[in-house]
Design a protein around this ligand. Sequence first.
Ligand code: CP3
Length: 361
Amino acid sequence: MNPATSNLSASTSRFVRACLRQPVDRTPVWFLRQAGRYMPEYMAVRKHHSLLEICRKPEIAAEVTITAAEILNVDAAIIFADLLLPFTPMGLDFEFLAGEGPVVHKPIRTAADIDALRTDRTSELGYVSEAITKVAHHFRAPRPDGDRLGIIGFCGAPFTLASYMIEGGSSRNYVEAKRLMYSDRGAWNALMAKLVAVLTVFAAQQVAAGADVIQIFDSWVGSLSIADYRDFVLPATTQLVRAVQALGVPVIYFGVDTASLLPSMKLTGADVLGLDWRTPLDTAWRDLDYSVAVQGNLDPIALFAPHQLLHRRVQQILDEAANRPGHIFNLGHGIVPGTPVESAKRVVEWVHQLSARQQNA
Ligand code: CP3
């Protein structure tokens, strides 16, 4: 084992221990998009700063990260950033348009476009690691129960980032991305290789700054068949996962609509697989032979349900995990705007209470 990884086995963070499938006193919990527009404190910052300004100013990104983690009382803080930030040093301009999401000004479509992508300017992303340094400093001391909050750094996965680069934004059918993938293997492989190179350096900066775990978001990988995933995406993704693990931290690999892909995603060697809510946690984990940790998988829209029903769903997910080492409670995808903050806080409390009681039973 990598010496840095073996240090983690003595981690005082129950979140990190769960990533490594080590026993914990209770199930750790955090939420995808826990800092976001559903939270008044975030909107107050957004009134004065654009999304990219928040990301690029370490002081503000750190504050937003810390505030969300403290309000919710979760066991891990994910750094406030965005999947698309590495596009800038690679030479692709983009912006976020209200209501539309990200827009890449000149999407890539040809081998020449891919040739032109830069891989030598990743140091320009240093503002993300500066923010992580501040967050890690803030949470350096153990909490009253002795647990140290986990710090999560993140990056996009090669397929999901390629889809934004090629489509130019969000997409329903990924026609352009898949067309390039199918029709020009050389160009596709070159693009995957450039993304892996940049993302590996970006992840290394985040780990050096204090990230305990790296989550790799392959949000849209569920659009692929198993055969296409294995042919076109698995090799580069595996390379990235292994390179991040070699830095000495566990990797969480997350996608949406992945029920049929999970066994193939496991082949990347990721320590933890994110499960969306369409996949029952118990059968998904069993089908993975319990040989990987799992994170999930409450429907984020269940946070709009009456608390009695919401409580039942939380209990159900904990029952499905059955106290096996290696479960991190989370949503199956990000919190959406309009979510009652009170419901998110209650879920954290319930996970804390219910999983501790179960572990003593
Ligand atoms: O606490 C957190 O998790 C927030 C940090 C975070 C953001 N983006 C900030 C953000 C994280 C982890 C991301 C990752 C991200 N970015 C993903 C993967 C996560 C997933 O949901 O699968 C993706 C696909 C992106 C690209 C992206 N950024 C999109 C598609 C959008 C628009 C979505 C929308 O709901 O409008 C964004 C914008 C964005 N990134 C917001 C936030 C808080 C909301 C917009 C805002 O504040 O103006």
